[in-house]
Write a protein that binds this ligand. Structure first.
Ligand code: G3P
Length: 217
């Protein structure tokens, strides 16, 4: 499973990138707002840091305007994936932008039917939002499973990009289901390293080591 980082914070991306943890980056208008940076400037900087796809989202709501914004965003770098919302207009923009050779990430997906339409419209990535379904007492992981089944049934090439990931547990669950990509905030990716038994075991080792009076360096 590929790891995308869901942030526009360049320092956080750099830290994970140095460990080989970054196969791509996803941003959205809320993350750009949080970064306090200009969208074109920060996206260009991220594209230069990371080899994989960097999603940059349109904000227009009509197809023609989305296409115009998407073309402008795609000019930032070769590794831009234009992100469009899963509306009828977004699907039209997806078809045009992908026919023009751009990577397209269709976002705000909350149903298997929406994912089916995105694949038909030539999406490179479909972004089902797990956490926001869980927030409503629905099961975001069920959605990933349904989309996996449908895409496999018909050999759709659209990659499932599990998004709105809130916990380390979400990461292993979507990996078990077979999501192609998971995008998560840096804090969630770092949290995957934590285990209470690791901390407890390390404490015991260090206490015993102190008793030996030895040093390695
Ligand atoms: O990848 C989509 C993500 O940015 C949304 O996450 O936590 O706001 O639902 P969240």
């Amino acid at each position: 499973m590929k790891f995308f980082v869901d942030t526009a914070d360049v320092d956080a991306i750099a830290e994970l990138n140095a460990l080989g943890m970054v196969d791509g980056v996803t941003t959205n208008p809320s993350l750009i707002m949080k970064s306090g940076r200009d969208i074109l400037e920060v996206t260009k900087e991220i594209c230069e840091m990371v080899d994989g796809p960097v999603s940059a989202e349109v904000v227009a709501t009509e197809a023609d305007d989305m296409i115009a914004e998407g073309r402008k965003l795609a000019k930032i770098a070769d590794n831009i994936a234009v992100k469009v919302p899963l509306t009828w207009a977004g699907l039209k923009a997806c078809k045009t932008l992908s026919d023009e050779g751009n990577m397209v990430n269709v976002t705000l997906c909350f149903s298997a039917n929406q994912a089916l339409l995105a694949a038909k419209a030539g999406a490179t990535f479909i972004s089902p939002f797990i956490g926001r379904l869980d927030d409503l007492n629905l099961d975001g992981l069920d959605l990933i499973e349904d989309i996996r089944t449908i895409y496999d049934n018909y050999d759709f090439e659209t990659q499932i990009l599990a998004a709105s990931i809130r916990t380390a547990n979400h990461m292993s669950e979507v990996a078990k289901i077979g999501a192609d990509v998971a995008t998560a905030p840096p804090s969630v990716i770092k949290n995957m390293a934590n285990h209470v038994l690791t901390d407890k075991g390390l404490d015991a080792f260090l206490q015993d080591w102190a008793k030996t009076g030895q040093k390695i360096l």
